[in-house]
Ligand binder design. Structure first.
Ligand code: GAL
Length: 667
């Protein structure tokens, strides 16, 4: 069966059955429980290398044959992982160079997982061999629907081999050492290079001050990781190119440019462990839910189609500072939230709890008590039942008319630079504030890279787009000229792709489009505050204030305090058919909510639901040509009401409405 032809949402999770190879009864018992819980998919072999190849070149697939066949016979699909994330000890004993070298130039000892060097040729070969063995045997197995490459790839190596590859990468990029010196501005502190061999990856005991170099090493290593993944994809696809591939994403700042990685994958999958109930006040569940929604919207936007929720905890997450249980109702709410934002699955880490080692007390559908008569099992069963009734939602889309730029290169560049505030720079919080304000307006939002195609959207928002990649300024200009609405904030358009400051006033080459020139940026202390009045309402400002000169823009609001009182804080400028807004300061979420409400209305963007903002209620939508599926989700434990619908604490309701959305691109 092909993944996209399955007419059900997927429900299941990581099944590390090789931890019970001496207990054949466990497999039979698990299948019975899986059916009861409405499980229709398992992920196998994620960390099974030592069970598949206990000694070098000796393969033991018989146990896996049995598991794959049993799953198929019982109507359960299999996602099969390549085992490269966890290495057997024999491998490192024989080839210790496979282990990563850290930034202090120390090679790691055997242990943990996902800590190999991506340049190591022996490792690449060993992984290719086992991947091919798996593919040769199972690529046509009827239970197999998807390859799961490795697990949560991340991290950086600094070994000699990687240094050599980095120099090659630099030569290809800059062609000449003079070009590199110019972009790195390396006469500063006399760091001018005369030979490629002088270049070394950044280190706390070496170079940290050349920001272009630091950024390039991150890019280089992200490319190395993607190259490693490609090698694994080629190995499994060799035996059946029809089986799609994924790798499970986790932190967006894990060191790999997910936008580039996404291009190699047939489907995006993502692991999410929300820190539910981590605060005392009532709105906490809303904040936690919002972070998840952002991440899910990001996953959906990457390929502009549904993704898979590959892992989530059915109960507590043992590595969190406080491993709190999910309160009643939260498991359903969190699972449906993923579906609402575009997931076609709810999968867990893990099906059965390990008995020993690091994750023995991590939440699982079946815990050590081995019983289905538990609260967690019942919660999972309920989610299974609900998903079983939502098969028609699988493969449906969300076509947002608004996008926020959250860009990997920009994020990496902001991390390096020294200015503004060097503690709590808050870039990701700023992004979340804009996102929250849009969610509170009940519109769909995509999260995009600066390299994306803006023409699909009515409104594009760029919070703190400090770094402009080569085409960005021109793309913004033509988007606005063509009729788009672009919102840009303080501290945007300051440096090029190598973190080299542009000459002239920010935002680089767009002063005419925005009608402003940013002259300086003031960073405020935590106790400082400024304010402004917009449409007769006063709003607070924290942390960032650009001081801008006017060059044609209309002033919508001005600073109330400090030596820049009276200077513009919010401007509007019409260029061609579109409008460019410049937000000079970091106004509070309430301001962003009010501001976006106005421009959403002006632009005629369709809202998911016509409602005033209701605290703690999130609304998301998916649609196909003729139907809109509206998810109303209450993140408060108290009763709420929206659009005439009453929602009890943590309740999720799904409404289906007829809807003609040819205008959104459906044929
Ligand atoms: C994920 C990982 C899983 C498991 C889980 C525990 O990051 O992919 O293998 O360790 O965390 O929360």
């Amino acid at each position: 069966m092909k993944l996209n032809e399955i007419g059900q949402l997927l429900h299941g999770g990581d099944y590390n059955v090789d931890q019970w190879l001496d207990r054949p009864d466990i497999l039979q018992e698990d299948i019975r429980f899986m059916k009861k819980a409405g499980v229709n998919v398992v992920s196998l072999c994620i960390f099974s290398w030592s069970s598949l190849e206990p000694e070098e070149g000796i393969y033991t697939f018989e146990w896996l044959d049995k598991v794959m066949d049993s799953m198929y016979e019982n109507g359960i699909y299999v996602i099969l992982a390549t085992p490269s994330a966890g290495k057997p000890p024999w491998l490192i004993k024989k080839y210790p160079d496979i282990m990563r070298t850290n930034e202090h130039r120390q090679r790691l000892l055997y242990g943990e997982r996902e800590n190999h060097c991506n340049s190591n040729e022996i490792f690449r070969e060993k992984v290719r061999q086992i991947d091919e063995k798996l593919a040769e045997r199972y690529a046509h197995h009827p239970a197999l629907i998807l390859w799961h490459i490795s697990n949560e790839m991340y991290g950086i190596c600094h070994c000699e081999k990687c240094q050599g590859n980095f120099r090659k990468w630099l030569k290809e990029k800059y062609q000449s050492i003079e070009a590199l010196n110019y972009q790195y501005w390396s006469r500063f502190w006399s760091h001018r290079y005369t030979d490629w061999e002088e270049l070394e990856s950044p280190s706390p005991i070496g170079e940290t001050a050349v920001h272009g170099l630091a950024l390039d090493y991150k890019r280089f290593y992200s490319d190395r990781s993607i190259d490693f993944l490609q090698m694994e994809i080629d190995a499994v696809k060799k035996y059946n190119p029809e089986i799609p591939v994924t790798t499970n994403f986790f932190h967006f700042n894990c060191g790999i440019n997910y936008w580039k990685l996404a291009e190699k994958l047939d489907v995006i999958s993502y692991d999410r462990y929300p820190h539910w109930h981590s605060g005392a006040d009532q709105s906490t569940e809303w904040e936690i839910g919002l972070e998840s929604a952002f991440a899910y919207d990001y996953c959906r936007s990457m390929q502009n189609k549904p993704f898979l929720l590959m892992e989530s905890s059915p109960s507590s997450t043992n590595w969190m500072p406080v491993a709190k249980l999910k309160r009643p109702g939260i498991h359903m709410l969190g699972s449906m939230e993923a579906i609402a934002c575009g997931a076609d699955s709810v999968q867990y880490f893990q099906w059965r709890q390990s008995r020993g080692a690091y994750e023995k007390f991590h939440g699982a559908v079946l815990s050590h008590n081995g019983s289905e008569h538990t609260r967690v099992f019942r919660d999972v069963e309920q989610v299974g039942k609900r998903l079983a009734n939502l098969g028609h939602i699988k493969n449906t889309e969300t076509k947002a008319q608004i996008a926020i730029i959250f860009d990997w290169d920009n994020l990496r560049g902001l991390e390096e630079q020294k200015s503004l505030r060097n503690i709590n720079r808050d870039f990701e919080k700023v992004i979340m504030e804009h996102y929250e304000a849009l969610v509170q307006n009940y519109v769909s939002v995509d999260i995009i890279a600066q390299t994306a195609d803006y023409s699909r959207y009515e409104i594009v928002i760029a919070p703190m787009l400090y770094m402009f990649l080569p085409d960005t300024a021109e793309k913004i200009r033509s988007f606005v000229k063509g009729g788009g609405i672009f919102v840009m904030t303080y501290y945007s358009g300051l440096v090029n792709e190598n973190d080299l400051a542009f000459e002239g006033f920010p935002p680089f080459s767009l002063n005419d489009v925005f009608g402003v020139k940013s002259e300086e940026t003031d960073s405020l202390e935590d106790t400082d505050c400024n304010s402004f009045i917009w449409q007769k309402k006063e709003y607070q400002i924290r942390r960032y204030c650009d001081l801008v000169q006017l060059h044609g823009a209309e002033v919508l609001a001005s600073y109330e305090q400090d030596f820049y009182a009276g200077m513009p804080v919010l401007t509007k400028h019409t260029t061609g058919l579109g409008t460019a807004y410049y937000m000079a300061a970091r106004g509070e979420v309430e301001f962003l909510r009010d501001f976006y409400a106005k421009i959403i209305k002006d632009a005629g963007v369709e809202k998911i639901i016509e409602s005033e903002y209701i605290r703690d209620v999130m609304v998301k939508e998916r649609h196909d040509k003729g139907t809109k599926y509206i998810f109303l989700m209450n993140f408060s434990k108290n009763m709420s009401e929206i659009g005439g619908e009453r929602l009890s604490g943590y309740e999720v309701k799904i409404e289906e409405k007829c809807f003609d959305n040819t205008a959104l691109g459906f044929q």
